[in-house]
Design a protein around this ligand. Structure first.
Ligand SMILES: O=C(CO)[C@@H](O)[C@H](O)COP(=O)(O)O
Ligand SMILES: [Co+2]
Length: 216
């Protein structure tokens, strides 16, 4: 199976965001990945809902919303109002992760749980059947353009084994430092969805890069 490609607009040119969204609309990418940061959970601030309202209006692809914020459950309605397909919350940001997953599902979105590089896959055992997707961070969240953490490949293999063992249908997504080289290792290890920011937006031909990532 070819991986789903989700370009991260964090690496887009914000002065010409409409142009970059148009590029994604006319590409083979399935989703658009949206990184929301609050300067508390991660040491950076990206963009908020007033900006994303316009992104959502322009996008013809489903939105994969990655919330790098504390108390993400406070924003279920705002994310829903964007028409998001997936609401991705960090395991580390939710003491009551099971309840948050239920809230996302009740709101009519697909729940995904993200784990940081320092969080083990084994912690997902009791929620793996309840999530649509697990996002494995292959960099520490907060910035685009960072170096891929190699150990993430082992985490994908471990998660694939957990999914098979439990009969879960969860997709495996990986985010951070994904390019043609690291993407190939991840697909081989069992990843279903590749998020890529700088690899796509700094490529001479971003749409070609999306095709190349799909064909890994
Ligand atoms: O969530 C994040 C960063 O925290 C990502 O989605 C980045 O935007 C990916 O950027 P690259 O590592 O692909 O440049
Ligand atoms: Co992200």
């Amino acid at each position: 199976m070819k991986p789903i490609i989700a370009p991260s607009i964090l690496s887009a040119n914000f002065a010409y965001l409409a142009k970059d969204i148009e590029m994604i609309n006319n590409s083979e990418a399935e989703w658009i990945h949206i990184d929301i940061m609050d300067g508390v959970f991660v040491p950076n601030i990206s963009f908020g809902f007033p900006v994303l309202k316009f992104v959502a209006e322009l996008s013809e692809k489903p939105l994969d919303v990655h919330l790098m914020i504390v108390n993400p459950e406070k924003f279920v309605n705002e994310v829903k109002a964007l028409g998001a397909h997936v609401m991705n919350v960090h395991y580390e940001a939710c003491p009551h992760i099971h309840r948050v997953i239920q809230q996302i599902r009740e709101a009519g979105m697909e729940p995904a749980v993200t784990i940081n590089p320092g969080t083990p896959v084994s912690l997902l055992k009791d929620i793996i059947r309840d999530v649509y997707m697990v996002l494995i961070m292959s960099v520490n969240p907060g910035f685009g353009g960072q170096k891929f953490i190699e150990h993430s490949v082992d985490k994908v293999k471990e998660l694939r084994a957990l999914i098979e063992e439990t009969g879960s249908k969860a997709l495996i997504e990986v985010d951070g430092g994904v390019n043609k080289e690291t993407g190939a290792l991840l697909v081989e290890a069992g990843a279903d969805v590749l998020v890529a920011g700088s690899a796509i937006f700094s490529a001479p031909d971003p749409r070609r890069m999306i095709v190349d990532l799909k064909n890994l």
